[in-house]
Design a protein around this ligand. Structure first.
Ligand SMILES: [Fe+2]
Length: 455
């Protein structure tokens, strides 16, 4: 009897294959304008060279193959050392500050490794549906793709630190502001369900079929009730113009506005302005991927590259405070008139480039405030998704009932960091949700971080 050649993949396999290919391709699109010399330089301890990112994101999938694909042969033992990030469970690794101290593996070798992993993964995914543990493996592959999207955003931060306006990004023109957005909105308190509540019990096969829906990190779960007092929150992120007022009022020279840790940074690192601000002939200028601009010409854009310490100082000076993450999430997901929690400010539809400034918009920059009226919340808060990650005053700690989905991924960072919400212009559309909890140390500011205030 003639064998039937199977040319059509089942929908689940096809969906995860498509997602895998598109996510992996985007990493290479981001680094495409780099010259070979750019790939290996580490400009600061906190950043990683682009070569390391393209190797590390492949290493992550190699650990999946090692664990789940019987007979898989490790590509090269020394790559396991060079491209592991911080996982104790996966053996010894190069120290983070030394990622830029070696010229080997070369960029060409790293790309060859990447291509090898992609080939192996394609074959592995192909035979998955016949396995009993297919759901569990699909869940890990999906997690690996979300991990890669996090590194795509980190690549944008790191390339900015490395090259800034020397990087030849294909920048699309920014949309114009069509609405003046000022003031605060009042939000009613009460019991609020914080965290990700959707998709419970949904098969990861379904996850793969709808790339956006139903994935959430373990740190967003479980959804649980918290009590909120009534509060007000800014309708717009704090702008460059607002922040200039703080600076011009001597904000960086007055200890009264600063946490002790912030005042120490002001004094020891001589902070006078956000990162990437430069003073030329007494005038403040901002450098970004597009070039050097007068701050005065950017007054209606969200301020970015501020630390938690600076955001807090501004808020105190302004007679306000930063929101808690629960306040931020309630402001985004609830409309005053309805009792339903929505996934996004505008409802439950997926983000698109008219609703929020995310990676796909291609701006490589924040957009003016008031440029995304169709992305506002029911209460009239603008740009809560996209543009800048927004600092909250909340500590990054597990939600009650937290269960780790992946050892050492999120669980080992639950100390000393603050939660940021909402995504930035470097976040891919399918990667962001209103319940997404990002986290950084209070002094960090090389990421796309801004804020809005509450009262
Ligand atoms: Fe990583």
């Amino acid at each position: 009897m003639a064998a039937t050649i199977q040319t059509v993949k089942d929908p689940q396999t096809q969906a995860i294959t498509d997602l895998y290919q598109s996510v992996r391709a985007r990493t290479l699109e981001i680094v495409a304008p780099l010259e070979i010399e750019d790939y290996v330089i580490q400009t600061a301890e906190f950043m990683s060279p682009p070569r390391w990112h393209i190797g590390h994101t492949s290493w992550f999938f190699e650990t999946v193959l090692q664990k789940c694909h019987p007979g898989y042969k490790t590509y090269r033992e020394d790559f396991l050392f060079f491209f592991n990030s911080y996982y104790e469970g996966f053996g010894p690794r190069i120290e983070r500050p030394k990622r830029g101290t070696r010229s080997r593996p070369t960029v060409a070798e790293t790309r060859k490794y990447r291509a090898h992993i992609d080939e192996q993964m394609a074959r592995f995914i192909e035979q998955l549906s016949s396995r009993d543990d297919a759901d569990e493996i699909l869940r890990i592959i999906r997690l690996g793709l979300e991990h890669e999207m996090q590194h795509q955003e980190l690549l944008v931060y790191d390339i900015k630190h490395l090259l800034c306006d020397q990087f030849d990004a294909a920048i699309k023109p920014a949309p114009k502001s069509v609405e003046t957005v000022t003031g605060m909105v009042e939000i009613e308190g009460g019991l609020f369900e914080l965290g990700y509540g959707g998709g419970m019990g949904v098969s990861p096969m379904t996850h793969a079929q709808d790339a956006r829906a139903t994935f959430a990190w373990d740190n967003e779960k479980p959804a649980h009730k918290v009590w909120l007092e009534d509060f007000s929150i800014d309708r717009a992120p704090v702008s460059v113009g607002d922040y200039l007022e703080f600076m011009n009022a001597g904000g960086y020279k007055d200890f009264r506005w600063w946490h002790s840790a912030g005042w120490e940074k002001v004094n020891t690192e001589h902070w006078q302005a956000p990162l990437y601000w430069e003073q030329h002939d007494g005038e403040w200028m901002i450098r970004d991927f597009a070039g050097l601009h007068r701050a005065i010409d950017k007054t209606n854009e969200p301020v970015s590259h501020v630390s938690f310490l600076e955001a807090s100082a501004y808020a105190k000076w302004a007679g306000k405070r930063l929101p808690t993450e629960a306040e931020w999430e309630k402001a985004v997901t609830f409309s005053g008139s309805s009792d339903t929690k929505h996934e996004f400010p505008w409802g439950d539809a997926a983000p698109d480039d008219l609703k929020a400034n995310l990676f796909e918009n291609g701006l490589w920059s924040v957009a003016p405030i008031g440029a995304f009226p169709s992305g506002q919340t029911a209460n009239g808060c603008h740009q809560m998704i996209g543009d800048v990650w927004e600092w909250t005053t909340s500590d990054y700690v597990p939600y009650p009932g937290f269960k780790s989905d992946f050892d050492e991924y999120n669980d080992k960072w639950f100390v000393g960091q603050k939660v940021l919400r909402g995504g930035s212009f470097a976040t891919p559309q399918i990667h962001i949700r209103s319940t997404y909890r990002n986290f950084f140390y209070p002094h960090e500011r090389w990421m796309i971080s801004g804020f809005r205030c509450a009262k």
